[in-house]
Write a protein that binds this ligand. Structure first.
Ligand SMILES: CC(C)(COP(=O)(O)OP(=O)(O)OC[C@H]1O[C@@H](n2cnc3c(N)ncnc32)[C@H](O)[C@@H]1OP(=O)(O)O)[C@@H](O)C(=O)NCCC(=O)NCCS
Length: 209
């Protein structure tokens, strides 16, 4: 994977303090290059990126003209890569940790409707419920490219509806879709695109590090 990385990616690799974290970045970025290379029919090392104001990576010109968008997320030993054509995409995966302060976190980051939903969840399921909502919100702000700088309390992901709805009166794009993914046990994941979803193809693969 390291052989496919560019000088700026090597620079980032060197800045990581812990070897394990650096190795995970190399694998994460190397796999991204391989997958994009397959979609674009070019060698992984020839994939080139540009970065948004909040560091969201996207394909550089002339590759951007293909209309291929992507996003990725990792947590623990899992990573999720998401690809879409002609529409922004955001994805988030989180492992199931305990959030004893989930209700306080919700007051800080969730909309009133999401906070109200969370308040109805039983204590023994509060961490899972929090994560379910969080992954949806992070997928939305990652599609946008703003990350956690976005006004998280101003929009609601109604993930309790089928299909989940996004309620955002001042949404920066048209019709958004939110989809809850099916990661392996002990993970929650969601993806968002900025138009209706026609079909989703999910593939799982394993790397031994
Ligand atoms: C985007 C963000 C929510 C990701 O949080 P996270 O849970 O730690 O990370 P995830 O595993 O879900 O996603 C990481 C991947 O998302 C992508 N990404 C980075 N910034 C992104 C952004 N602003 N929007 C969407 N995707 C982004 C990258 O591919 C990154 O992978 P990489 O580290 O291999 O480059 C968080 O980093 C953020 O809010 N960033 C914006 C604010 C900021 O820090 N800006 C820096 C200005 S210099």
């Amino acid at each position: 994977m390291e052989q496919t990385l560019t000088a700026d990616e090597w620079e980032r690799l060197r800045r990581f303090h812990f070897a394990r974290v650096a190795r995970r970045y190399a694998v994460r970025r190397g796999v991204l290059r391989h997958l994009l290379g397959r979609y674009l029919s070019i060698p992984p090392s020839e994939v080139s990126f540009v970065y948004g104001p909040q560091q969201k990576p996207a394909l550089a010109e002339p590759l951007a003209k293909t209309g291929l968008h992507f996003n990725l997320s990792d947590s623990g030993e899992l990573a999720v890569y998401a690809f879409a054509v002609e529409q922004a995409i955001g994805v988030d995966i989180e492992d199931h940790r305990d959030y004893p302060d989930a209700r306080q976190l919700a007051q800080r980051f969730f909309s009133p409707a999401e906070t109200a939903w969370l308040s109805q969840q039983p204590d023994e399921q509060i961490s899972l419920a929090f994560l379910r909502c969080w992954t949806c919100k992070e997928a939305v702000v990652k599609a946008l490219g703003d990350g956690l700088m976005a006004p998280l309390q101003e929009f609601t992901v109604a993930h309790w509806q089928t299909p989940p709805g996004l309620i955002w009166p001042t949404a920066p794009a048209g019709k958004w879709s939110v989809h809850l993914l099916n990661p392996p046990a002990h993970f929650s994941a969601a993806l968002t695109v900025t138009s209706p979803i026609a079909a989703i193809h999910e593939q799982h693969f394993h790397f031994r590090l």
